[in-house]
Design a binder for this molecule. Sequence first.
Ligand code: NAP
Length: 342
Amino acid sequence: MSSSGDHQRLIIIGSGPAGLTAAIYAARAELAPLCIEGIESGGQLMQTTEIENFPGFPQGLMGPELMINFREQAERFGTSFVTDDVSEVDLAATPKVVKVGDRTWTADAVIVSTGATARMIGLESEAKLLGHGVSTCATCDGYFFRDKELIVVGGGDSAMEEATFLTKFASKVTIVHRRDEYRASKIMLDRARANDKVEFIEWAGVTEVLDDGTGAVTGVTLTDTRTGEERRLDCQGVFVAIGHDPNTKLFRGVLDTDENGYIRTQAPSTRTNLDGVFACGDVQDHEYRQAITAAGSGCAAALDAERYLASIGDLPDPSIDADRDEADHVTGSKPAVAVRVS
Ligand code: NAP
């Protein structure tokens, strides 16, 4: 079978480091993958500032820049992109079915790399004031809080990173954490602690976001997690940095997940419970959740998918390869194809 019309050898759902690395490897293996990248393409690194720990970039680089590089590399080798969200799948069918609105594709193999989404505290007032002082993304919204007093909720690397970043704009940032031990790595915690603009309040949770009738954040109610005692803390912004949930709604009841909704894979492979369906990146990893580990699992998923396609006899047509080699010889690189669905 070849990737013609709306039938694909391989569809990749998601375009973070995992999905795009899978796309790079699959495209270089001549599988001509279709990547349905989502409306908000690029994954969580699009909402990040400087990345200092991605190997190969000794001076660091911005998250969005890294993801643009990933995408360009995938496109260079012949990955096609659809810039929209998948609306429905039937992964148990043969071939597998992937829908985006009224467009339908079939595929012999699918790689799921839909990542994870920022978690919220779950308060009504938090939801009401989202975008009016409540945010889950310091990189996106920090600029709007120049000389303001902010709080960041959480005790992990995200909270430390966001708090440190926000001091570029804010006059003061208070990290509110529900206990006195931190999941954050020592280096990130030390960096936040060394910052004069950062303060810490431990053993406290935000139980109400206040606006005093203004429609924008004016403070929070903090509740002592040991005694239940409440107090008010004035601030103009609340950044929620308490972790993420896997984006697995589309696959519920079809792909095996753990109790937190993360897709179970058959380690050391990226195979799921369904033949021909592979999962990589944060959608199946709640342990490491790094760009580099996501990219590594994306590579593994592409190799697993390639082996699977070979096992079912869906090998690349040699005549297509010959045509491609000819094209490479002329252009120096493989043609990029972009499919946009609006
Ligand atoms: P995380 O490590 O899971 O930390 C979440 C934090 O939020 C924990 O301190 C947790 O408290 C707290 N929390 C969870 N639910 C809460 C709630 N309902 N109310 C109040 N607090 C709550 O998540 P993360 O910080 O997003 O980090 C995720 C992964 O990404 C980690 O592996 C991290 O190393 C990585 N990361 C790396 C970087 C970097 O290297 N630049 C930056 C960001 C993230 P408890 O501890 O009490 O459970």
